[in-house]
Write a protein that binds this ligand. Structure first.
Ligand code: F6P
Length: 469
């Protein structure tokens, strides 16, 4: 069997620290099962020439990491990846700040990754590259003579060509995805947007519905929605209820119903809109005063970027306003916490919460939504209020689906969730839980890697078969 080499910007070395991000949640179990290599950035920034890659081996996985130089970190990570690609891929053209220096930094770091990978790679390794930081990596590897099977999965949304073409130099970047053998997306919409870009913007020849000819090779597109480890997470949540931390939180509610939100501090997550909706809920449904507590856990993220500092300030002000206007000496309506929590702690909090409020303005999948469902007690489940603009909405169809821009609509959904009969809660939960089981994380990597392994012609049938399985 070929060895699996995962490449991503962040590497999830298991060190007991709580970190936020869906990518790590998805990859770690997949790699744990097969063993292999996980290559990427160490998270360290240096003023000097970076040292050679470092390797740490834990439970059959070799974690190989490289440091980034200060300029690389600025131009690649803070610059092109997070100030240009992130907003554009999340449909936020208004927030993109393009400059040519950052673009060349982005390509330079991809070349640097390719150079460092050379000492790690064997000819029959299967390489699986993740996310928007590394879109041109396959091209850099091919230029260095690597003929391996290389797949790419993008964890975040992939917008229509009308958005992509607003990116200066898009014709240097997006077609570079053609050097992968398989490009995977979270939803059918994302995959269709990619296909439409290839056929309408760069006139690639379509070989089948999902395949295109590019530079003498075949590139395929497929849909592989990321799942969660449903049963394991459910078990974790059951156990977590008995931990002192969760017991303390539940006790501190003094019998009030809890609403929970958990997100990285990112403008795509719609946190200010969500809080405004909560404010509207408190205004329109005063019977809930002193009877409900909204806990928002929001670890800080990408703090060197202005837009992230702006959102931090905006959220802080909104929290202050809501608690100032509605709070009482003995009741804080909205608890806002920036500290990252362990998976166990989150699992227990999800289970203890009557409502899971997951309202991103745009999200590739959103595993918090799925974990919230997995964590519920099936006999007395809470209700998921979910943005229709999260990939998870395609599967969690029995959630209360909302438009996060419609604050009044979200307020009504919160009231409905809190007032819902046990019978309806159970029915909705059963439908969502079944959807989670049908697309468990255990099958995600398998499906992707099986598809990558197949000759292009059978790909379409295999994706169909996998989805119907
Ligand atoms: O899901 C998108 C993503 O960029 C992941 O790659 C990462 O796990 C998460 O967001 C956190 O972002 P960052 O690595 O910038 O802290």
């Amino acid at each position: 069997m070929s060895r699996l080499v995962i490449v991503s910007n962040r590497v999830g070395i298991p060190d007991g620290t709580a970190r936020a991000g869906g990518l790590e949640v998805a990859i770690r179990p997949a790699l744990k099962k097969s063993g292999g290599v996980w290559f990427g950035w160490s998270g360290k920034v240096t003023d000097d020439t970076p040292e050679p890659a470092k390797t740490v081996v834990k439970e059959d996985v070799a974690y190989v990491t490289v440091d980034l130089q200060k300029d690389d970190y600025e131009e690649f990570y803070n610059g092109f990846a997070n100030r240009v690609l992130w907003p554009i891929l999340h449909y936020r053209l208004d927030l993109a700040e393009f400059n040519r220096r950052d673009l060349s930094g982005y390509f330079r770091v991809n070349e640097f990754f390719a150079d460092n990978l050379a000492s790690v790679l064997r000819p029959d390794d299967v390489i699986w590259v993740h996310d928007y930081h590394l879109m041109p990596l396959a091209r850099a590897l091919r230029e260095r003579g690597h003929k391996n099977k290389i797949g790419f999965f993008i964890h975040i949304p992939f917008p229509p060509p009308e958005f992509l073409t607003a990116l200066p130099n898009h014709e240097r970047l997006i077609p570079a995805l053609g050097h992968y053998d398989l490009v995977g997306f979270q939803t059918e919409t994302d995959a269709n947007n990619f296909s439409r870009y290839l056929s309408t913007e760069i006139n690639l020849r379509r070989l089948g519905n999902d395949s295109f000819e590019y530079d003498g090779r075949v590139v395929r597109a497929g849909v592989f929605p990321v799942g969660v480890e449903t049963e394991a997470f459910a078990k974790l949540a059951r156990r977590a209820m008995d931990t002192p931390f969760v017991r303390d939180v539940v006790e501190s509610l003094s019998g009030r119903a809890m609403i929970i939100g958990v997100d990285r501090l990112d403008y795509s997550k719609g946190i200010p809109d969500r809080m405004n909706a909560f404010e509207r809920f408190l205004t329109n449904f005063p019977d809930w005063h002193n009877a409900v507590t909204y806990l928002q856990i929001t670890p800080r993220s990408r703090s060197d970027i202005q837009e992230y500092a702006d959102i931090a300030r905006q959220v802080g002000e909104t929290v202050g306003r809501i608690n100032g206007n509605f709070g009482e000496a003995s009741w804080t309506p909205l608890r806002y916490i920036n500290k990252a929590h362990s998976r166990t702690a989150l699992a227990g909090l999800y289970r203890a919460a009557r409502v899971g409020l997951v309202t991103p303005l745009r999200d590739g999948m959103n595993l918090v939504a799925k974990e919230y469902v997995a964590a519920q007690d099936p006999d007395d489940p809470g209700v998921l209020v979910l943005s229709r603009f999260a990939g998870a909405a395609r599967e969690c169809t029995a959630a209360l689906l909302v438009n996060p821009y419609d604050h009044e609509g979200v307020a009504i959904a919160i009231d409905r969730a809190l007032s819902m009969s046990l019978r309806e809660r159970r029915q909705r939960h059963a439908v969502n839980y079944k959807a989670l089981l049908q697309n468990d994380l255990s099958q995600w990597a398998e499906r992707f890697l099986e598809t990558l392994d197949q000759p292009p012609v059978t790909v379409r049938q295999s994706i169909r078969a996998a989805i119907c399985r």
